[in-house]
Design a protein around this ligand. Sequence first.
Ligand code: FEO
Length: 171
Amino acid sequence: MLSRNVANLLNEQIMKELYSAYLYLDMSNYYTQEGLDGFANWYYIQAQEERDHAMLMREYLLNNEEKIKLLPIEAPNGEYNDFSQPLDMALEHEKLVTSYIHNIYAAAVAENDYRTMEFLNWFVKEQGEEEKNASALIAKYQLFGRDARGLYEFDNELKGRAYSAPSLVLD
Ligand code: FEO
């Protein structure tokens, strides 16, 4: 059994990861409608990864005989001013998610919950990757995205992103 606090935070994190999936799906919808299929592909895959994060949290709780209560997921607002706005929002969002993961980690430390710390280590690393990727997209957009030809080529590059299942596998 996990402590109540750690279990509740992980339970809430399922919803937060699914909200992340929802947000990135919303961004993918936006780019599809704008004809930028590479950006749409990038965020579609990002949404799949967020769903995977939620499922890992679910599996960890179930493996530890915790009851799960699924919480409501907020709707993303669906309005973007320009092509670069989702990129900025994604970085801010990932920083927020990093703070959630660190918060759960701190709760696990406070409870001497070594099992949860070990589980969360993967997420701590993953958040570092996600922030790095989100920053790199912003930097590339600033370099190449502002003229039509550069945007076209950048979009083509993003079509190459392929989904892969998370490297974390729970027993
Ligand atoms: Fe699952 Fe991008 O945080």
